[in-house]
Design a protein around this ligand. Structure first.
Ligand SMILES: [Zn+2]
Length: 206
């Protein structure tokens, strides 16, 4: 497929921005990703960037937003940290993307078999990692462990990961007056998404 995306106009609404991610992911799943010329991409973005989406994602090597959503240089502003743990710096970076730069959609992208979520379920690992797992603990506490279910069980871990997406969105809305205001005005769409590392499929949760 040729590099048609780079010449597409910017999405005019947050819904269109989200749809662009959906369509890009469909290409990824179909194995029909856009062929991109790195030199042309650098030339096109050398003077300015016009990203249309912000993505808060885990640092997991399998969960690369630009690839999963088949986007090019300058299309996405990604904030990546283990377990997409929300902190003041993370919220500030998302405010930079959405309020200063003007991205129209903000996706919190969790995933299956997340190592950070697994650590949070197992207990404090020690070191500065504790600062990450503490931020995931509310999702662990809010996800009841079914009887006879091992806390290292994939089904349970993935339930916690999904809850963590919901709680991350809630925390962003609660703690960021800027992002909350953009959403209330209809200038920003906040969405959750869950990526299955086995199937390579994103499930949009809004
Ligand atoms: Zn992860």
């Amino acid at each position: 497929m040729t590099d048609h995306v780079s010449t597409d106009p910017m999405p005019s609404t947050p819904d269109e921005a989200l749809q662009r991610l959906v369509v890009g992911h469909d290409r990824f799943r179909a194995g029909a990703v856009v062929e991109r010329d790195p030199k042309a991409e650098v030339a096109r973005t050398s003077l300015a960037q016009h990203p249309f989406a912000a993505v808060l994602a885990c640092m997991d090597s399998r969960v690369t937003p630009e690839r999963i959503f088949d986007q090019g240089l300058g299309d996405l502003m990604c904030v990546r940290v283990a377990g997409h743990a929300v902190s003041g710096d993370v919220i500030g970076s998302l405010e930079f993307a959405c309020h200063v730069v003007g991205t129209q959609v903000l996706v919190v992208l969790g995933h299956s078999r997340c190592g950070a979520v697994t650590l949070a379920c197992a207990g404090a690992p020690g070191g500065d990692l504790d600062a990450v797992t503490r931020k995931l603990k509310p999702a662990v506490d809010a996800t009841p462990l079914p009887a006879a279910r091992d806390p290292s069980d994939d089904v349970y871990i993935n339930s916690v990961a999904r809850k963590h997406i919901d709680l991350s969105l809630a925390r962003i809305r609660r703690e960021s007056a800027l992002l909350n205001s953009l959403e209330q005005k209809g200038a920003l769409l906040l969405a959750g998404a869950f990526y299955d590392v086995s199937s390579g499929t994103v499930e949009f949760l809004t």
